[in-house]
Design a protein around this ligand. Structure first.
Ligand SMILES: Cc1cc2nc3c(=O)[nH]c(=O)nc-3n(C[C@H](O)[C@H](O)[C@H](O)COP(=O)(O)OP(=O)(O)OC[C@H]3O[C@@H](n4cnc5c(N)ncnc54)[C@H](O)[C@@H]3O)c2cc1C
Length: 455
């Protein structure tokens, strides 16, 4: 029950902390706690037939358990400081990139070898985007795919399981400071440790808030990203996705000067539900294995909303809008672009007449009743802008699923070691509000492990 290091959360941040700790100092006694199941027990009951939409399981297998929110993700590791988090602000750009490459090397050794590393460097699409009022951000993207990502996680679990103690289905309820470390309280037992790494991701955001409050750790929160997931025939974007896989394109709207950006592009992928604290939103992923690929490509179009004083609850704002779509549609709403611009709702009949087969069974409806006008106007403007570099984007049958919300955890005050004002308490990954991606979260895990060992 007494450990040198306890890691709370077995997502990429927690896993890479554990990996590096056990590699650098195998004699350390380390435990990892996760609210969700171990990898081979994670199973989402939505089968598209008997269970068509989210039934709100006690522990969401998509978000919780070994592998964290990333377990069934597309496994796109973006090696860049341009997006995916602001880790570089704490540890420096060069070091952040080095750590992301280090994580990539480990992923390759644990089952990812042979997967493709895409790059925007020297791409002709940079010019094409600029000529049409858009900007293509720089990145190298390792695409593991949902299938290989799972294999890598399986191999990492097998590597780690005898080197430390895993506690699955064990949510940590509270953390208390002791004279020489921390007490970790779970439902049926209490554990102690000298150092504690908290890596609870987005699903642990509410809990993280209470921990910070109880331990007097400063936080700030003022951002939420709102938008839709776009789905269209893969051919429309294939010239971009074949070369870059994922293109992060930013557009400034003429009407309001807002920035709209593409996010999480999944060539030949599937649109999926995401459940965050009982609110159903939309996301997407795709497989590396051609046999599992679909005929569609999906990506999000998001607008960042930053709030100023006195409003502080940016996530609450995003949640309210997502709740509205859940109220009207019983979950995610889908609308054809042609219906949206004609000011009419999509109906099951209009959907059936469409030339494209949706990959997610969502309720046909009207997104203009859900999304604020300013955000919807920005999305429509960007769809027309994208149509210039990928003709067909603004087709009537292009599907928009809503809402997609990127909740940002409040940013927790930590130093360059990602250590909070409580000595020996590190806060990393998406739960810290500093990272928003697999590569940044994993890199933050390696960073704190090295710091702990060095001390
Ligand atoms: C469908 C989907 C697709 C995605 N695709 C991509 C992608 O292709 N590329 C990319 O870069 N990012 C992607 N992301 C985002 C990416 O998964 C996250 O950025 C990443 O997983 C964050 O890692 P983390 O370790 O910080 O947190 P998480 O992965 O969220 O892990 C946190 C873990 O902590 C556990 N936890 C929470 N609270 C507690 C508690 N109180 N006690 C114990 N355990 C707790 C949770 O059960 C969870 O397992 C995707 C996300 C989703 C949902």
């Amino acid at each position: 029950m007494n450990y040198d290091v306890i890691i709370v959360g077995a997502g990429p941040g927690g896993i890479f902390s554990a990996y590096e700790l056990t590699k650098l100092k195998p004699e350390l006694k380390v435990a990892v706690f996760d609210a969700g199941h171990q990898l081979n027990k994670r199973f989402c009951p939505i089968d598209g037939e008997k269970i068509k939409s989210c039934i709100g399981c006690k522990s969401c297998s998509i978000m919780n358990g070994f592998g964290g929110a990333g377990a069934f993700s597309d496994g796109k590791y973006n090696i860049t400081n341009d997006f995916g988090g602001t880790l570089y602000e704490y540890i420096g750009k060069k070091h952040a990139l080095e750590l992301m490459h280090y994580v990539d090397d480990i992923n390759m050794r644990y089952g990812g070898e042979g997967t493709k590393l895409y790059s925007t460097a020297g791409s002709k699409f940079k010019k094409l985007c600029l000529q049409n009022g858009m900007h293509l951000l720089d990145a190298s993207v390792r695409h593991l795919g949902t299938d290989i990502n799972y294999v890598v996680l399986e191999n990492l679990y097998n590597h780690l399981k005898d080197k430390l103690d895993f506690y699955f289905d064990t949510p940590v309820e509270a953390i208390f400071r002791t004279e020489d470390g921390y007490e970790i309280h779970c439902a049926n037992a209490t554990y102690t440790c000298k150092k504690c790494v908290i890596s609870v991701g987005r699903s642990g955001s509410k809990w993280m808030e209470t921990v910070c409050k109880d331990l007097g750790i400063q936080t700030k929160s003022n951002r939420v990203d709102l938008g839709v997931r776009v789905e269209l025939p893969a051919e429309v974007f294939s010239h971009l996705t074949d070369e870059l896989y994922e293109s992060k394109i930013v557009y400034r709207t003429q009407k309001y000067g807002d920035l709209v950006r593409t996010f999480c592009m999944n060539p030949r992928g599937a649109v999926v539900n995401e459940n965050t604290n009982g609110i159903v939103t939309v996301n997407g992923h795709s497989y590396e294995d051609p046999a599992k690929q679909t005929e569609n490509t999906n990506f999000a179009l998001l607008v960042s909303k930053h709030f100023s004083e006195p409003f502080k609850d940016s996530n609450g704002y995003g949640e309210s809008i997502a709740r509205l779509s859940n109220m009207l549609g019983g979950g995610v709403i889908a609308q054809r672009f042609g219906d949206l611009i004609r000011g009419r709702r999509s109906t099951p009949n209009r959907m059936n007449d469409s030339f494209m087969t949706p990959t997610l069974n969502a309720t046909a409806g009207d997104l203009s009743l859900v999304l604020p006008k300013r955000i919807l106007d920005g999305i429509i403007e960007m769809i027309y802008a994208l149509d210039k570099i990928a003709p067909g984007t603004a087709n009537d049958d292009t599907l928009l699923y809503g809402v997609e919300v990127k909740f940002y955890n409040m940013e927790v005050a930590v130093d360059e070691h990602l250590e909070s004002c409580c000595e020996g308490l590190y806060i990393i990954g998406d739960g810290s509000g500093i990272t928003h991606s697999l590569s940044h979260a994993s890199a933050s895990g390696v960073h704190v492990a090295r710091d702990i060992v060095s001390k």
